[in-house]
Design a protein around this ligand. Sequence first.
Ligand code: SF4
Ligand code: SF4
Ligand code: SF4
Length: 243
Amino acid sequence: MPKTFLIDTSRCTACRGCQIACKEWHELPANQTRQRGSHQNPPDLNPNNYKLVRFSEHLDNGVIRWNFFPDQCRHCDVPPCKEMGDVYHEGTIIQDEKTGAVLFTDKTTVFTGEEFEQVREACPYDIPRRDPKTGLLSKCTMCNDRVQKGMLPACVKVCPTGAMNFGERADMLKLAESRLATVKKTWPKAMLADPGDVNVIFLLIDDPENYHTHTVAQAAFGPMTKKQFLATLARPFKAMAKV
Ligand code: SF4
Ligand code: SF4
Ligand code: SF4
């Protein structure tokens, strides 16, 4: 069984310790940013930020709500990014058999710009990014190097509130159901985001659209066959041929 995260947003204080620990462990450089009137910084995931705490402010029956969402790759059970990657360059995106971690290898530099865009679009959560300097595709690695040695992912290790949890899938599913039952007493809209499809399960206390656009899967889930992918790819070329 794969390893699984439970990210309990009811416990997240947006301290961003997880975001910083991820950068620290992976030795990712700082980004030049500017004040945009939001605590969300940088504004989006990028090759130097595999983890991003998203801040969403909205009005709920006249009350201002502030939702925090520590975004990262969901390590999908059947990863659409890998399915799409295999159409072009088989074996450049892999899934670790032991942990279930979905990994972009050093060979991902081989993707052309258009091929990378197809990989990014295949992801229901808009996670893959590309380093413009090296051409490497990038995202959360599940800290596979740490996990293989029996350690916790860096973001889980530092979280001071218990929002970040990690372990065997069966244990995390059990914890998710038990936390959901508790949280629902205070937050009736509470729900688990796509628990059957991913190995990073979010416990939300509000409607998914009140976090950010890709909180839950944006496309029909399930393994797409190569034939289906190729049919998708053929569409733009057919359209071009008609012009
Ligand atoms: Fe939230 Fe924990 Fe990350 Fe802090 S470290 S932002 S509490 S998930
Ligand atoms: Fe791939 Fe996106 Fe799933 Fe991560 S969340 S495994 S990048 S499809
Ligand atoms: Fe970053 Fe590791 Fe957490 Fe993924 S598991 S977000 S790579 S610290």
